[in-house]
Structure formats: structure tokens, C-alpha cells
Design a protein around this ligand. Structure first.
Ligand SMILES: NC(=O)c1ccc[n+]([C@@H]2O[C@H](COP(=O)([O-])OP(=O)(O)OC[C@H]3O[C@@H](n4cnc5c(N)ncnc54)[C@H](OP(=O)(O)O)[C@@H]3O)[C@@H](O)[C@H]2O)c1
Length: 228
């Protein structure tokens, strides 16, 4: 799949895995829409992308607030560019609760809003146009995290996103839009922590695989970045 001149919107691409994906796609000639909570946060990635001959843009907004999610969508729409590749990458992980009964309502609401409701809003905003245009790749970042009630709001939200991915894929089967999950592996990022198994760079090139599949490629499946 040639990604030259296609446009990718990567949520949470100011640092960590999202930044790696932005660089990897730019290396393939893909135009990039960077996203973070603030305009200032997007600057580092925009600077890193300067050396590639691609168009870059940035949009910003805190996905913890539905009205800011809508503002992010409006900013993308104002660019007058069709999003052809969507990476729902931004996510939060609420603090580890040693007492796993002590997750608060806020832990749950915040995790579901950023990690599930916002990705759904972006799917809803951009997939119909992808279907009309006859091309689209949607990649939802999930997690292999298992059996850790201490992190339940995070792990449950990721399971929900994986289920949403599967459910939406059914409606896209007969189209040229592919939606898949991507499990990046345990990586040293702000979210993954310093003791993770791999440096963040290890996510490449595997993280690009679901963007590089053909129009009749896998749909509703999970890719594992470290297996590539
Ligand atoms: N790292 C791992 O080991 C690991 C393992 C499995 C799955 N994952 C998944 O991989 C994805 C990326 O994780 P990461 O480790 O790269 O995380 P990270 O280093 O913490 O980066 C998070 C990114 O998301 C943005 N973000 C965070 N909260 C946001 C909010 N409320 N609204 C808007 N943007 C927000 C951040 O933007 P700002 O800079 O503006 O805050 C940043 O660009 C996540 O979906 C995560 O669940 C990671």
C-alpha cells in the first residue's frame, strides 16, 4: 500500500507511541495531523516532522471533555482535508490502585471518555467520508494488559475499544475501509513507565502494518506491533 500523499490523523502524537507512528508515516510520504492536549504540546512532533517532505498540521483538545472532542473534529474539518488514516492512539491510565476496590467514579468516567467515547466520536466523524471516498484505515490502540484489577478502569476501557473495533468492522466488511486494533506491546513511555520491556522505538515498523494492508485486508482483527 502506497501511503504517499495520504493524510493521517494520529490522536496523542505529541510523544510516545503516537509520535513514533507520526514519524513512521511521514517517512512513507504521508501527510500528518498531529494532536495533543494543547497547541504547544504538538510543537516537538511538528519539529521532528520538518525533515520529511510532507504537509503537517496540528489540532488540539483534551479528550476528557466531549465538547473539546467536538472542537478537535471541527479543527480537522476546517483543514479541508479528508482523513484517510485514523489512529485512535491517545489514552490515559489512571493511577495504580493498590486497593483495587478504591477506583473512583472519576477514574472510570475519565478512562471511558478518553479511551472509548472519544475514539468512537472520531470514528463517527471520519469513517462515513472514508466509505464515500473508497479508502480508509482506522487503527485503535488496545492493550494486552491482563488480570490487573488494580488498573481496571484502563484495562476495561481498552477491552471496550477492542470490542467496538470488532463491532464496527462488521459494517465495513464490504467497503474499502479497514478497522483494526493494534496492541503495541509494553513500551517505555510516560504511560508504559520506565520498567517496560522495550524502548518506544520498538513499536516500529509493526505499528504501521494495519495502515499498510490492502483494501481487502484484515478487518476487525488485532495486530501486534512487536510481532512484525
Ligand atoms: N506504552 C505502553 O506500554 C502501552 C501498552 C499497551 C497499549 N498502549 C497504548 O498505546 C497508546 C499510546 O500510549 P503511550 O504509551 O504512547 O502514551 P503516552 O506516552 O502517555 O502519550 C499519550 C499521548 O496521548 C495524549 N493524551 C493523553 N491524555 C490526553 C487527553 N486527555 N486528551 C488528549 N490527548 C491526550 C498525550 O498528549 P499530551 O502530550 O498533550 O498530553 C500524548 O500525546 C495508548 O492508547 C495506550 O493505551 C501503550
Amino acid at each position: 500500500m502506497n501511503l504517499q500523499n495520504k493524510t493521517a490523523f494520529i490522536t496523542g502524537s505529541t510523544r510516545g507511541i503516537g509520535q513514533q507512528i507520526a514519524i513512521g508515516l511521514a517517512e512513507k510520504g504521508c501527510n500528518i495531523i498531529v494532536h495533543g492536549r494543547t497547541k504547544a504540546n504538538c510543537q516537538t512532533t511538528l519539529a521532528l516532522l520538518e525533515k520529511y517532505k510532507v504537509k503537517t498540521h496540528s489540532v488540539y483538545g483534551d479528550l476528557a471533555h466531549p465538547e473539546e472532542v467536538e472542537k478537535v473534529i471541527q479543527q480537522v474539518e476546517k483543514l479541508n482535508i479528508d482523513v484517510e488514516i485514523l489512529y485512535n492512539n491517545a489514552a490515559i491510565m489512571r493511577p495504580y490502585r493498590h486497593d483495587y476496590w478504591s477506583h473512583t467514579q472519576e477514574d472510570w468516567s475519565w478512562s471511558m471518555q478518553v479511551n472509548v467515547f472519544a475514539p468512537y466520536a472520531f470514528c463517527k466523524a471520519f469513517i462515513p467520508k472514508m466509505m464515500t471516498n473508497g479508502f480508509g484505515r482506522v487503527i485503535n490502540l488496545v492493550s494486552g494488559i491482563q488480570d490487573q484489577p488494580e488498573l481496571s478502569p484502563y484495562s476495561t476501557s481498552k477491552a471496550a475499544l477492542a470490542k467496538l473495533t470488532k463491532d464496527l468492522s462488521v459494517k465495513l466488511d464490504e467497503t474499502a475501509v479497514r478497522i483494526n486494533s493494534l496492541d503495541p506491546g509494553w513500551l517505555q513511555t510516560d504511560l508504559g513507565g520506565e520498567y517496560a520491556d522495550h524502548p518506544v522505538e520498538a513499536v516500529m515498523p509493526g505499528a504501521l502494518q494495519p495502515a499498510l494492508i490492502e483494501n481487502d485486508g484484515p478487518n476487525g482483527t488485532t495486530f501486534f506491533a512487536l510481532n512484525a
